[in-house]
Design a protein around this ligand. Structure first.
Ligand code: CTP
Length: 398
């Protein structure tokens, strides 16, 4: 997930472990990254550039000239700037030494020196080379200067010796990159609880009262919070949305069930976003039997449900509380009064007078109001874009 859309340079130097780099390229692409491969001349003895260009769907770079006749030049500076991450794997003792000294007599080191992005390196060499003082000092220096070390494994080496020096497996290298980007996301370590969709209040075994909410806004927020690194739980009423596996989803039906689940998770959460359209009333009693029609009108008595957000506001501690308000008149005044009454940090207002806003559609037009009554009026946008605006606002508040 976190590597989706990231530009990654895989730089391969000359070690037998170079064959694993083909698997690394494949796995990075499967994780959603765009990959460009840089090879040292000697690495081509271990793995073919054709394999890597086929896997990465891009020419492999190893020379400053792509065409010696015409003098066509490969721009290592542009490549370095393009990258969000560079992985030197395998990194031989020779390449580690050149990375430290800056001896850029090959394209790989020139690209390394031009990269402004985080650089990961996965050493691969024989036991004694790995344990040599010069290698150790180069590794320490590279780490002290911001490069990210992916430790080699212990085991049988190509020489037959047993010990440290075997390049980390491609899965471990991908995980290192994922952990790095995960840690550096704006909502890393934050726990976000979101409610979504309608609630249904039973009338009899076949009937219920509900509303037009689809859950789209809530799940758009959940996916955006996830993309920004949060741990996300959604408590949702009946809806047909398919969400990412990484989101914990708790399905409920009634307002009371929603309250019970949200309450149980409240102390876990750093942020609570209540997008659910919770029923304000439920039938005073649920008929055990299907209600039969009669000649006259049907009267059902309704009683209030619990105000979930109101209860959360009363016992708020560390949490940021975000409410939604759907209004058809005196929109701003009503939203501001809910913000205060429910002890919220933000309220997101939808006006039923704006076309393309609120229920069912894929778009929304919102105003975001904070505790100091500062109002941001947003344009009509897709719910995904609206979710990004709201999550950005939450990030600034955190
Ligand atoms: N909400 C809630 N529990 C309820 C009703 C609403 O948690 N029983 C939450 C909604 O999820 C929303 C916010 O409160 O985030 C505002 O809901 P709304 O129904 O518009 O506000 P009310 O306070 O119920 O006011 P009114 O019905 O008078 O508009």
């Amino acid at each position: 997930m976190v590597l989706r859309g990231k530009n990654v340079i895989v730089a391969i130097s000359g070690s037998i472990a170079a064959y694993k780099s083909a698997i690394l390229v494949r796995q990075l692409i499967k994780s959603g990254a765009r990959v460009r491969v840089v090879m040292s001349e000697s690495s081509k003895d271990f793995v073919s550039p054709l394999t890597l260009s086929t896997l990465s769907k891009y020419p492999v770079y190893s020379d400053f000239n792509s065409n010696k006749e015409t003098g066509e030049w490969i721009n290592h500076v542009e490549l370095g700037l393009w990258a969000d991450a560079m992985v030197v794997a395998p990194a031989t003792a020779n390449t580690l030494s050149k990375m430290r000294s800056g001896e850029s007599d090959n394209f790989l080191i020139a690209a390394y020196l031009s990269a402004r992005c985080p650089v990961f390196f996965a050493p691969a060499m024989d036991l004694d080379m790995y344990n040599h003082q010069s290698t150790r000092e180069n590794i320490d220096w590279l780490v002290a200067n911001g490069n990210i070390f992916i430790a080699p494994g212990n085991g049988e080496l190509a020489s037959g010796l047993v010990g440290e020096g075997r390049m980390a497996e491609p899965e471990e290298i991908v995980s290192s990159l994922e952990r790095f980007f995960q840690r550096n996301l704006p909502l890393s370590g934050k726990k976000v609880l979101i409610t979504a969709g309608p609630t249904r209040e039973k009338i009899d075994p076949v009937r219920f009262i509900s509303n037009r909410s689809t859950g789209k806004m809530g799940f758009a927020l959940a996916e955006e919070a996830l993309r920004k690194g949060a741990q996300v739980t959604v408590v949702c009423g009946p809806n047909s949305i398919v969400n990412s596996d990484s989101i914990e989803r708790i399905n409920v039906v009634s307002a009371q069930e929603m309250f019970d689940q949200v309450w149980a998770k409240y102390s876990w959460a750093d942020v609570v976003i209540m997008t659910a359209a919770v029923a304000d009333y439920r039938p005073a009693s649920i008929s055990d039997q299907k209600i039969k029609k009669t000649g006259g009108p049907l009267e059902i008595k309704f009683v209030r449900t619990v105000d979930i957000l109101g209860e959360l506001g009363k016992s708020k501690q560390k949490q940021l509380l975000i409410g939604f308000a759907v209004e058809s008149e005196n929109e701003l005044e009503n939203a501001k009064s809910k913000l205060k009454r429910k002890n919220l940090d933000l309220i997101v207002l939808n006006s039923l007078n704006d076309s393309g806003a609120a229920f069912e559609g894929d778009t929304n037009k919102v105003s975001i109001i904070d505790k100091n009554n500062k109002i941001e009026h947003k344009q009509l946008k897709s719910k995904v874009e609206v979710a990004a605006d709201i999550i950005d606002k939450i990030v600034t508040l955190l």
